[in-house]
Design a protein around this ligand. Structure first.
Ligand SMILES: C[S@@+](CC[C@H](N)C(=O)[O-])C[C@H]1O[C@@H](n2cnc3c(N)ncnc32)[C@H](O)[C@@H]1O
Length: 274
């Protein structure tokens, strides 16, 4: 499909586990998109932007993130105007961080999200038990957004349905001929780093088991899918029946150096696309 008329959009937020650097290498292993595209762990959306599908259902359990996409889709310029009003200082950051997102109108809430994402330490998303954002100020000298990119992202998103919720609800309505890309928080060797905390709930081993069961069910229904995860014995065991493609990855947000070089797998339930 041609994107020439709008240019190419890329992720407009920084996200732990973001696939920006890998998106094009992953896409070559995907089947040609004929039906609808589903991405139930949307995060920064790099793969969605890389593919620019004709029709998509995009889901994430982080409601504030999904609200941000909705606002960008519906009126990116209003979000940009709000962003322009924020100063990149520690005082402003601490003030904005304290405001409860639910108390703000949608576009302002989206601007708050993007502002905090661009000014907090390493673009992390972490909330405390009460659901309050608690990442410290990052003191980066960078702009919050690129207007051309936000405009293009808005155009891409007009073809997408956006849902807040668990990944299982994110594939409702999927049919043979559709394609699903799952990019869950990765299974970690030796427990869970605090930086894996995208939402108040952790993504645990039992959730990986639940995801693999869903993949088996989709496979039986003739739905093609690809899953990204860490190259660990646990993950290989869960998907033993399927095809593994090794992809090299640079994990940006990791505390322990031995985890930094961990391999990454793309697991697929279809034959070679090459
Ligand atoms: C590895 S990130 C996805 C990264 C994305 N592909 C990118 O390029 O930025 C995983 C996402 O899954 C979301 N998530 C965590 N648990 C979830 C669940 N049970 N259902 C749906 N999404 C979930 C997180 O909020 C996070 O945005």
């Amino acid at each position: 499909m041609s994107t020439a008329e709008v240019g190419t959009a890329t992720a407009f937020i920084k996200w732990a586990g973001g696939k920006q650097a890998l998106a094009s290498s992953l896409a070559v292993h995907f089947p040609p998109l004929s039906g609808k595209y589903f991405e139930p762990f949307l995060g920064g959306g790099s793969v969605f932007f890389e593919l620019n599908p004709i029709e998509a259902t995009l889901t994430d359990s982080n409601g504030w993130l999904i609200d941000t996409y909705t606002a960008i889709r519906d009126d990116w310029a209003q979000v940009a105007t709000h962003l322009d009003s924020f100063k990149n200082t520690k005082e402003e950051f601490l003030h904005v961080r304290k405001i409860r997102p639910e108390s703000l109108e949608l576009h302002r809430r989206a601007a708050q999200f993007i502002y905090l994402n661009k000014t907090c330490f390493r673009g992390l998303f972490r909330v405390n038990r009460k659901g309050e954002f608690n990442v410290p100020y990052g003191a980066y000298d960078r702009r919050y957004y690129d207007p051309e990119n936000l405009k293009r992202a808005s155009q891409y998103l007009k073809k997408a349905e956006l849902h807040k919720g668990d990944f299982e609800s994110g594939i409702l309505g999927v049919d043979e001929g559709d394609f699903v890309y799952f990019d869950p928080p990765y299974y970690k060797l030796g427990g869970y780093s605090d930086f894996n905390r995208y939402t108040p709930d952790q993504f645990r081993a039992k959730d990986h088991v639940r995801l693999a069961a869903l993949c088996n069910e989709l496979d039986q229904r003739g739905v093609r899918w690809a899953v990204s995860n860490s190259d660990t014995p646990f993950v290989r065991g869960l998907y033993a029946r399927y095809r593994f493609i090794g992809v090299s990855a640079r994990r940006e947000i990791n505390l322990k150096s031995q985890e930094r070089n961990i391999g990454e797998l793309l697991i697929v339930n279809y034959g070679s696309t090459g």
